[in-house]
Design a protein around this ligand. Structure first.
Ligand code: NAP
Length: 359
């Protein structure tokens, strides 16, 4: 923890910084299309209803890459990115119980959702833009977005959970109304969100299948409990997957969770079981094309979009993780100094699971 009264040395990664009182080290995006820079900056001051969290670990999401590339709405710079963090409450603002101080917490990045569980209100925001995020020594947040860190998780594991876990939870449980006996397909299983969907569906007792651009990642998903998978780089992957799963030509999967969109989405329509629910929360491979309307309406398919989640869904997701003792899959841990390398590593698509920064 930093000393408030005098200069101290702060260490992250291999370099030393002289930290003045009330300052902290942070990874800052100063301008679009530029690398993150590591600088000392003003430590945030918690206002009424807010807390200051000393960030012990943060994780990155593809959102951070999209923001850096200018491919995200309403970007303002400079900004400290980072939606996911786990740490210790060190200060509380007016109106917040002092008993929070010293608590180990994770932060719900989906803030100001509003009263309608079906759709967020116009004030909804995600930690890390427009407010400064977790790639820093400290972050401030409203106390209502704190959940106690699951005791079975390290700070690094807990920091991997918030955005990916929440997005997967709402997509699978709320939007697709997952029920026992569902056969679930998760596409691009190596992704941070996707792997939570795999873990949650397996923990809930589903028969889970995956796609990935890497045979090795498919194998790892199988080792985690998935029944099988197929490489989406194979042009006949959708037909081959039905054969592997011994499903009828009319389609096999009751629930499909996707973040790719793009031309491959139309194939998901082909392999969805009649009456299936398909949810996508990303469009990584571009616009969805070539959907044949008759296939959707004759099969009575339900296609949903999902973004983030409510406070209740975040609490339910954390409770499920505690109950099932789920441990997020971490691909690689970087230091805060290596934040830019962590973004580039994510951009390269090599990861299986989450990319974490130890702060
Ligand atoms: N709506 C929301 O609230 C929300 C929240 C979080 C993320 N997202 C979005 O969801 C996407 C994933 O985010 P993330 O943080 O999980 O990123 P990530 O860890 O970088 O995952 C991206 C994944 O996309 C998969 N992929 C790439 N090409 C594919 C293809 N042709 N078909 C199927 N899958 C493909 C890859 O799977 P393999 O490695 O297995 O090939 C890769 O792991 C991003 O677009 C992000 O912006 C949305």
């Amino acid at each position: 923890m930093m000393n408030q009264g005098r200069s101290v040395f702060g260490k992250a990664g291999s370099s030393f910084f002289v930290l003045k009182p009330n300052s902290m080290k942070a990874a800052i995006l100063k301008n679009l299309h530029e690398p993150l820079v590591i600088e000392t900056t003003q430590k945030p001051n918690p206002g009424p209803g807010e807390v200051l969290v000393e960030v012990k670990a943060a994780s990155i999401n593809h959102r951070d890459v999209w923001i850096q590339k200018g491919l995200y709405p309403r970007i303002t710079t400079p900004i400290i990115p980072g939606s996911d963090g786990a740490g210790i409450v060190t200060e509380v603002g007016d109106g917040v119980a002092k008993s929070w101080i010293g608590k180990e917490v994770i932060i719900n990045p989906s803030q100001n959702w509003g009263d309608n569980p079906d759709f967020y209100g116009e004030d909804h925001k995600i930690l890390g833009l427009p407010d400064n995020g977790t790639l820093a020594g400290y972050v401030k947040t409203d106390v209502k977005y704190l959940e106690e860190k699951p005791a079975h998780l390290s700070f690094e594991e807990a920091a991997a959970l918030p955005m990916g876990g929440l997005t997967a939870w709402r997509s699978l449980m709320t939007r697709c109304r997952f029920k026992e006996g569902d056969r679930v397909l998760v596409t691009g299983a190596g992704g941070g969100v996707a792997l939570f969907a795999v873990q949650f569906a397996i923990a809930a007792g589903a028969e889970v299948w995956v796609t990935s651009g890497s045979d090795q990642k498919i194998q790892r998903a199988i080792e985690m409990g998935a029944k099988g998978g197929i490489n989406y780089k194979n042009p006949t992957w959708f037909r081959d997957l039905l054969v592997k799963a011994r499903g009828p030509k009319t389609g096999y999967f009751d629930v499909i969770i996707d973040s790719a969109g793009g031309p491959g989405f139309a194939k998901l329509i082909d392999i969805a079981a009649p009456g299936a629910r398909i949810c996508f929360y990303g469009g990584g491979t571009g616009n969805i094309t070539d959907i044949v309307p008759a296939k959707v309406f004759f099969k009575q398919l339900n296609i949903y979009g999902s973004t983030m989640g409510t406070e209740q869904e975040f609490a339910d997701m954390v409770q499920f993780v505690n109950e099932k003792q789920i441990v997020p899959v971490i691909d690689k841990i970087f230091s805060l100094d290596e934040a830019e390398q962590a973004l580039r590593y994510m951009d390269s698509g090599q990861q299986f699971g989450k990319i974490v920064l130890s702060i």
